[in-house]
Write a protein that binds this ligand. Structure first.
Ligand SMILES: Nc1ncnc2c1ncn2[C@@H]1O[C@H](COP(=O)(O)OP(=O)(O)OP(=O)(O)O)[C@@H](O)[C@H]1O
Ligand SMILES: [Mg+2]
Length: 296
């Protein structure tokens, strides 16, 4: 910025401050000037610009190896986005960046239009409404399905189970609803260790849902599932679409077809950036995608 422009800007700000002082702080926005940023209540995500997640020109290197290399991506509120691509493309690293586990070397990562995720820690990002499911289920095996979901509501897990936690009626209703969503209502009292691999995956999705996330990131959710479990997981995720925004990384193309449908957007990552994006039919017909991922 040139010194002239800086002077002009400083003068505008001073003039603005004088006007504010003259009004005695009584403005239409309750004393908050609209051009100093839209006031957002804590815990809310501003999606007025039509994006829940926005990444621009993100770079990450591990010992000189460019795992993410100029990545641009955005997701609309309520969208279910599938991300595919070869091993090592950077799909898991992308989730690590969004959740604050890995810090990019450069680039922009926003949650809604006001929350700069690069300024927040991993626990803060989870608290703000980004839930993540890793490939391996991490449920508490010795606890029941119900207890796992109950535990997921607690913010401070260190004191559990020394201090009993009582659900209020609203939380009970929510828990019952989640049990239905994840197809485990008939197994609420069952010990998690006795569930099938697929059921454990659903329970973990349920644990994320207990915290009512705005955005859910799922890394290979159907790996190791039976065909029937895979089909039910597709149903489950389609039921979440609209109410939550989802980013799903998968290698199983039948499953991707189920959840993306004919219209959903599929992003193909390769070598740390977006190689192609479009409907599944479009990306499957793309020569470059066939070359690096789908094979001939
Ligand atoms: N913490 C790390 N340290 C060093 N290299 C890493 C680290 N994390 C990821 N990488 C490398 O970055 C590249 C991208 O890895 P990433 O796990 O994101 O790929 P992916 O697309 O999830 O692959 P897959 O489909 O096999 O899960 C890989 O070459 C990986 O070895
Ligand atoms: Mg991965």
């Amino acid at each position: 910025m040139t010194p002239d422009l800086m002077d002009a800007g400083a003068q505008r700000l001073q003039a603005h401050a004088r006007q504010e002082a003259a009004r005695g702080g009584k403005t239409a926005s309750g004393g908050r000037a609209a051009d100093y940023g839209r006031p957002i209540a804590p815990g809310t995500v501003d999606v007025a610009h039509g994006r829940i997640l926005y990444l621009e020109d993100v770079h990450v290197s591990f010992d000189g190896f460019k795992a993410i290399n100029g990545l641009n991506l955005d997701i609309a509120p309520g969208e279910l986005r599938c991300v595919i691509g070869p091993n090592g493309a950077g799909k898991t690293t992308l989730m690590d960046i969004i959740t604050g586990k890995t810090r990019p070397d450069s680039g922009t990562v926003f949650f809604g239009s006001t929350i700069d995720l690069l300024r927040h820690s991993e626990p803060e990002i989870a608290q703000m409404g980004i839930g993540r499911k890793f490939q391996k289920p991490t449920v508490f095996e010795q606890l029941s399905v119900f207890e796992n979901l109950e535990l997921a509501l607690k913010t401070d897990k260190r004191v559990w189970p020394s201090m009993r936690f009582r659900l209020d009626s609203q939380q009970r209703d929510w828990l019952a609803q989640v049990l239905h969503t994840i197809h485990l209502h008939a197994h609420a009292a069952r010990q998690a260790a006795l569930l099938s691999h697929g059921q454990k995956q659903w329970l973990e999705i349920g644990m994320l849902l207990m915290q009512a996330p705005r955005l859910l990131l799922l890394d290979e959710p159907v790996a190791g599932m039976t065909d029937e479990e895979t089909a039910r997981t597709a149903e489950l995720l389609l039921g979440l679409k609209g109410r939550h925004s989802l980013m799903v990384v998968e290698h199983d193309m039948h499953f991707v077809r189920e959840i993306a449908g004919a219209q959903g957007t599929v992003t193909v990552l390769a070598d740390g950036s977006v190689l192609a994006q479009g409907t599944l039919d479009e990306v499957q017909a793309d020569e470059r995608v066939i070359e690096v991922y789908l094979g001939r």
